[in-house]
Design a protein around this ligand. Sequence first.
Ligand SMILES: CC[C@@H](C(=O)O)C(=O)SCCNC(=O)CCNC(=O)[C@H](O)C(C)(C)COP(=O)(O)OP(=O)(O)OC[C@H]1O[C@@H](n2cnc3c(N)ncnc32)[C@H](O)[C@@H]1OP(=O)(O)O
Length: 300
Amino acid sequence: MATCIWRRLLLQPVKCRLACQRVKSIYNGTHGFDENEIKEKLRHFPGGSIDLSKGNDGIGVLTLNNPVHKNAFTGTMMIELQDRVKELEDWTEGRGLVVRGAKNTFCSGSDLNTVKAMCSSEEGMKMCMFMQNTLTRLKRLPLISVALVQGKALGGAAELTTACDFRLMTPGSEICFVQKHMGLVPGWGGGARLVQIVGGQQSLKLLSGALRMDPVKALNAGLIDDILPPDEDRALEEAQHWLSQYTKAPAEVIRSLKKVVIAGRELPLEEALKSEKDIFGTLWGGPANLQALARGAKHK
Ligand SMILES: CC[C@@H](C(=O)O)C(=O)SCCNC(=O)CCNC(=O)[C@H](O)C(C)(C)COP(=O)(O)OP(=O)(O)OC[C@H]1O[C@@H](n2cnc3c(N)ncnc32)[C@H](O)[C@@H]1OP(=O)(O)O
């Protein structure tokens, strides 16, 4: 289906096509998915918040905030996550994003009270489609995102980390796909994304063993990109510093680079190549390009 949407977009004129890349959800009415219906249900399970701060430097910080329950996702937090992702889609100055949990822990997955109250297969599927839509949009944001894992990232939270471009862990933290222990498989798209990140063999081990991945194991498995120094209170600063090596350039350049990678990741080769050409065309002869030429940049 995603390929179908991309195909349709690629038949449109360049300007419109690039604008339309914002249509990024997987499920809609044609799949029998009624977003308003599931949102109405999720509203019955309130608590916590998803906070977004957007820095003047183009770096955002998205905080899962429900520390009394280890930042577990309540129903309203799922809705708020979607709202914040929409806000980020409209943030044209954005270049980077850190996703983290409040109070030095990451997130313990879905709120178990919400899970217990929505235990029919039909309700589970609707929640799963809602979260897949949101996390797919998060992964497709035209900015570079990094999950900062302090403390535990369990179940749905482990899936959330895979919806970021990069993952960082602090010493003592843990990522664990506990779904097997809950009699489940990943449902927020984390299974498919995990395979893209670490490959099929490693994914099978991580999921079927519900392996508890400490930072060293996670780094060796290719699940994370780095381990931060052991100063919990400076972790956000360290993550922002780490991210800055990938975001130091004009916003339009970073955002275009991410779009090229999304196309390469998601489209058949010929379509990805055409998309790359279109994106290239938006930068060639533009301000950043002309300034670099005027500077006579050397890449020693
Ligand atoms: C797998 C499916 C997936 C989905 O697709 O939706 C899910 O994500 S289901 C959720 C999977 N996660 C869990 O099962 C986590 C269960 N919790 C734990 O294992 C532990 O609480 C912990 C996260 C390892 C933390 O342990 P500890 O440091 O010892 O703290 P407490 O256990 O005392 O927790 C403090 C407080 O927080 C409540 N809590 C923790 N996680 C959740 C949660 N996911 N939902 C609701 N509440 C949660 C915990 O019950 C404590 O509350 P109080 O007892 O009221 O103090």
